[in-house]
Design a protein around this ligand. Structure first.
Ligand SMILES: [Zn+2]
Length: 279
């Protein structure tokens, strides 16, 4: 994607990547959260030049199915497949168990076998009360598949299907999954109810302790406390690895003291998934 459309403060402008990367740093930081694909209008990202010499580029995780800017890749094919699978589950079931530890991209065949599930660390305790028969009957959804399907416009965001995220904690999907741009903030952390926030990362701050989602500039996700563990798990080495990455996390959204910024506080270091670009 050589061009991106930026809509900022009521003005729309199309930038070529060569011009965009020459803008002053402060302008880049302002505009990069408001980029779109010029062909399909999908929300887009800007990635800086990498430390090992990869060129700066525009891209999007949200290209329409027919958009010519959306190059086919194993990652994109998997995302589209996940969206189809999730739509099938939503259409056929009334309840899903959410598994924060599901490993879906390693081997989709393994993830589909109910018999392999109890072996996955940590997930068995949250649903032991449901009994074996129930475990096999109920569909299981993990963060990666949920995120991929939402990025590709699955029905999950609007569905009435019940999602059990822990023992006895059930939410309707439409009340659980919230795009970062639609995040509603409570007055304080203790007043906030947890939700599953999702979208893409526009960029991180210089110290990589703060994630800024795309398509909004009043939401921030502090990760300082969990940073080492999260970066190790998702193989994040530099800021560029986070630019354009998909992000889903379970957390609470509240206003900062000045009420200028919505903060999303992570539940813990495990309830987060980052879909780094595989290129
Ligand atoms: Zn597109």
């Amino acid at each position: 994607m050589l061009d991106a459309v930026c809509t900022y403060a009521g003005t729309q402008k199309t930038y070529n990547i060569l011009n965009f990367q020459k803008l002053p740093e402060t302008d880049i930081e302002k505009y990069r959260q408001h980029l779109k694909c010029p062909k399909c209008g999908g929300q887009a990202y800007y990635r800086k030049k990498s430390s090992d010499g990869k060129a700066a580029c525009f891209g999007s995780r949200y290209h329409g199915d027919d958009c010519k800017e959306g190059n086919s890749s194993a990652q994109r094919e998997r995302e589209v497949r996940h969206a189809t699978e999730v739509n099938q589950i939503v259409a056929a079931s009334s309840e899903i168990i959410f598994d924060f530890f599901a490993k879906e991209s390693k081997s989709s065949a393994e993830a589909r076998q109910p018999s392999s599930r109890p072996k996955q660390g940590g997930s068995n305790t949250t649903r032991s009360h449901t009994g074996n028969t129930e475990q096999i009957r109920l569909k299981v959804l993990g963060m990666e598949k949920a995120l991929n399907s939402l990025m590709h416009g699955s029905d999950l965001a609007e569905a009435d299907i019940l999602i059990e995220i822990g023992q006895g904690y059930k939410y309707k999907a439409k009340n659980l999954f919230v795009n970062f741009a639609d995040a509603e903030a409570a007055d304080s952390l203790k007043d906030a109810r947890p939700k599953m926030f999702w979208g893409t990362i526009s960029h991180a701050d210089v110290d990589m302790e703060w994630l800024n989602p795309s398509d909004c500039d009043d939401v921030g996700v502090p990760i300082k406390r969990y940073k080492d563990e999260i970066f190790k798990r998702f193989k994040v080495n530099e800021r560029r690895d986070l630019e354009g990455a998909g992000l889903m996390l379970f957390g609470k959204c509240f206003w900062n003291a000045q009420r200028t910024r919505k903060i999303i506080e992570l539940w813990n270091e495990e309830r987060i998934f980052i879909s780094v670009l595989e290129d």
